[in-house]
Design a protein around this ligand. Structure first.
Ligand code: COA
Length: 309
């Protein structure tokens, strides 16, 4: 077995400088790599672990601009440095950094692996995080599997002529503003300009020129489209239109539109307690999905006395 220097002697954990950040790109998920560009902006804490000057670990945290919360986006240690305290040191150092901010709650979301305990579970336990609870359900499918659904063979046609169904690509500035002013919950409302929204499969339905529902999707990496936010007006729903039709249209576009051919994988997630979504999934989608996985959430809270005076 390879012998390693004891990391406790040589290990340094500290915030990365903008010039150092790009060499840690391989230590996080593709969707977070932009946070490591040398000119990256935004409220992200980047902590790097070095051994003899070599990058061996990374923790990335996004701090919310409007609340006292932060999200642990990822934590990673190079394979040959695992089980030697590097992950623990990264998270302990993070506690120190966050204690000097207004953050009161640090959250983490992770998906368990099918066949083994996720190593982040015991790591977070070691670092005094809360017990993980199931938060979301994430479904994955290939375009091939999804395309087998019989209800996707024909484009959905039953659209009422009183409304207007348009894609994100067709939205005017005033349409976008209307979305912000709609009655939809804030967490389902897309930002006016979100560069990751996939413009051809994201659909918005206007009833009498007011937004009555939408299916907003994100390109989360080079291959994957995530069906992210489905909302449909429940009070006074427009006749002849439904959330199901919106989803069917959006999935149909995903399977057939030429611009979307490179996106061969699809995912969607929803809150584990969302009964309507479970019903929809069981009745119309389950057979065409490759996997359904729970994601877990846990958190660490910082009391005001933890913050530096
Ligand atoms: C998760 C990860 C960051 C842990 O880093 P690490 O440097 O190995 O963690 P530590 O050495 O500080 O481990 C602390 C404790 O966590 C537990 N632990 C860590 N990895 C474990 C594993 N694979 N199996 C069981 N327990 C584990 C142990 O209790 C360990 O203490 P011990 O070694 O004294 O028993 C590392 O395994 C990793 O990078 N994995 C791949 C990326 C990943 O899955 N990241 C999390 C999602 S973003």
């Amino acid at each position: 077995m390879e012998s390693l220097t004891s990391p406790s002697d040589a290990l340094v954990v500290r915030p990365l400088t903008p010039m150092e950040s790009p060499s840690f790109r391989g230590m996080t998920f593709p969707r977070y790599r932009a946070h490591l560009a040398h000119n990256a902006s935004g409220n992200v804490i980047r902590l790097g672990a070095f051994s003899a000057g070599e990058p061996v670990g990374l923790a990335l945290v996004e701090v919310s601009k409007s609340t006292d919360r932060a999200q642990l986006l990822s934590v990673f240690v190079s394979a040959k440095w695992r089980r030697q305290g590097v992950g623990t040191k990264l998270l302990k150092e993070l506690d120190g950094v966050l204690s000097a901010t207004n953050v009161n709650r640090l959250q983490a979301v992770f998906m368990d692996r099918a066949d083994e305990l996720h190593p982040i579970r015991p790591l977070l336990q070691t670092c005094d995080w809360s017990e993980p609870t199931i938060r979301m359900i994430t479904c994955f499918s290939s375009k091939e599997s999804l395309g087998k659904a019989p209800w996707l063979k024909q484009p959905p046609t039953r659209l009422p002529d009183t409304g207007r169904l348009i894609s994100w690509a067709e939205m005017s500035v005033s349409d976008r503003r209307k979305l912000q002013e709609s009655e939809a919950p804030a967490e389902l409302t897309p930002a006016e300009s979100d560069p990751d929204i996939e413009p051809y499969s994201s659909l918005i339905y206007f009833d009498q020129e007011q937004p009555a529902g939408w299916m907003i999707n994100h390109k989360i990496d080079a291959d994957t489209l995530r069906f992210s936010h489905l909302w449909f007006r429940s009070k006074n729903p427009p006749r002849g239109m439904s959330g199901l039709l919106l989803v069917a249209h959006s999935i149909w576009l995903y399977c057939h539109a030429e611009a979307l051919h490179p996106l061969t994988r699809a995912s969607c997630n929803f809150r584990a307690n969302n009964r309507r979504m479970w019903n929809f999934l069981n009745r119309h989608l389950r057979r065409y999905l490759d996997s359904i996985q729970p994601t877990f959430e846990c958190e660490k809270t910082y009391r005001p006395s933890d913050h530096a005076a």
